[in-house]
Ligand binder design. Structure first.
Ligand code: XIL
Length: 409
């Protein structure tokens, strides 16, 4: 698991938690903690106010629960969600129940995977847009915009093999990446409103990640990617996207240096994407606000790009002995409050003109990437806004409360 955590770049969350007293001895697992991945039948579906309530009992997916007021109608900012497509499990095109809640509540889509590098650019001289086009058409047909994710990301599974084996010096590599970034952004010009141009280029200790891109070009690929994305699509908003920026001071320091340098030299960047794969009790709202503020003072946009809030925290001191295997009413309500406080923190800190929006990383709980990534499929969790049957959870009401300027409770 450790190498997988390292691979996706969340390893130092454990360090950060320990450093602030929230963590224990890291992730420990025992087979006794394992349980089925299937969502617990006792997971709450909704305890929204009765006027807008969905069923409080999970129903068969063929029975559609009523939906509360659409999140997207409560605000002017983009309200997004990441979805799966093509052959992925939880493919949105396979589920009318999923389509129903997605089109009701959200006005922006991010592809959870299918717009990553290897999917759009599988061979050096071949770009394959068909699957992404279908998703973009779906978004457009339903009045939703699309946030592109991600033009350059180190993660091994999505860097195409031909690119990993690409031979050439720095100039040759920069030319190859220029073609990658420019071709895709030009193709999607007018169809993708914003891009994660570079994803996760900075380590938690503030050094630049030793990705294949860094090995070949130093950190030059980062600014060049922004320049090329702007050339390909001069209209789209261009984001640098990363996790734990809000909790790791060294990471934030390097990011600020990079942003100030870009601003001083007119490298086209519009904002910073905060992934926000956070926990119920970590980081604090004050910490989150302070991080947003660092971007706001630079007159750059802030976008929450990948929000999810699991109930369990594998870095907590009692884990896995204290693992929660059922989403009780109490836990669901605590999660509602946490979602509300995070979105309220965003609205309180980021002025209207700098709000890139809020995107939730996944639709229903069992589809969350965290169940395998963070918990090794050893037990359930419920990090998202909908339960297994696509019924609204209290967490959704928490987001609605924040967007409606209601108190978080
Ligand atoms: C995750 C997807 O959700 C998973 O399906 C996939 O197996 C791995 O990638 N940060 C990112 C996202 O920027 O692209 C990652 O998405 C989650 C972490």
């Amino acid at each position: 698991m450790n190498h997988i955590i390292q691979f996706f770049g969340i390893s130092l969350l454990a360090t950060a938690l320990t450093a602030c007293g929230g963590g224990g001895s890291g992730k420990h697992k025992s087979s006794s903690s394992a349980s089925s991945r299937a969502p617990s039948s006792s997971a709450l579906s909704s305890i929204a106010p009765s006027s807008t309530a969905a069923s409080s009992t999970p129903t068969s997916s063929s029975v559609a629960a009523s939906l509360s007021v659409a999140l997207k109608t409560l605000t002017t900012i983009p309200i997004g969600v990441a979805v799966s497509a093509t052959t992925e499990s939880y493919n949105i095109f396979d589920s009318t129940a999923q389509q129903r809640v997605v089109t009701h509540h959200f006005n922006q889509l991010t592809a959870g995977n299918i717009m990553k590098m290897s999917y759009l650019h599988p061979l050096e001289n071949s770009f394959t847009y068909t699957n992404a086009d279908a998703l973009i058409d779906f978004a457009s047909d339903n009045g939703m915009s699309v946030h592109g994710h991600a033009l350059i990301w180190h993660s091994d599974y999505q860097v195409p093999s031909w690119m990993k084996n690409y031979v050439g010096d720095k100039t040759v590599w920069l030319a190859m990446l220029e073609n990658h970034v420019k071709t895709i952004t030009a193709y999607y010009s007018g169809k993708v409103v914003s891009w994660d141009v570079v994803n996760e280029a900075i380590n938690d200790d503030g050094s630049y990640r030793n990705s294949i891109f860094f090995q070949k070009t130093d950190d030059d690929y980062i600014e060049q990617a922004f320049i090329n994305a702007h050339e390909g699509d001069p209209i789209a908003d261009l984001y640098y996207n990363d996790y734990s920026i809000e909790v790791d001071p060294e990471k934030m320091a390097t990011l600020k240096t990079m942003l100030d340098d870009f601003i001083a030299r007119d490298v086209p960047i519009d904002g910073v994407g905060f992934q926000m794969h956070i926990y119920m009790d970590y980081p604090s709202i004050a910490t989150i606000k302070a991080a947003f503020q660092e971007i706001v003072v630079r007159d750059l946009k802030v976008k929450i790009t990948e929000l999810d809030i699991p109930i369990n925290n594998p870095y907590s001191s009692g884990y896995p002995g204290n693992v929660k295997t059922t989403l009780t009413t109490e836990l669901a309500l605590a999660q509602k409050k946490r979602y509300c406080e995070v979105v309220a923190a965003y609205l309180e800190t980021v002025p209207t003109n700098l709000r890139g929006g809020v995107t939730i990383w996944g639709v229903n709980d069992p589809s969350s990437w965290l169940i395998s990534f963070l918990f090794d499929d050893e037990h359930d969790d419920w990090p998202l806004l909908f339960n297994a049957n696509y019924n609204e959870k209290p967490a959704l009401q928490g987001v609605a409360d924040a967007l409606s300027n209601q108190p978080c409770n």
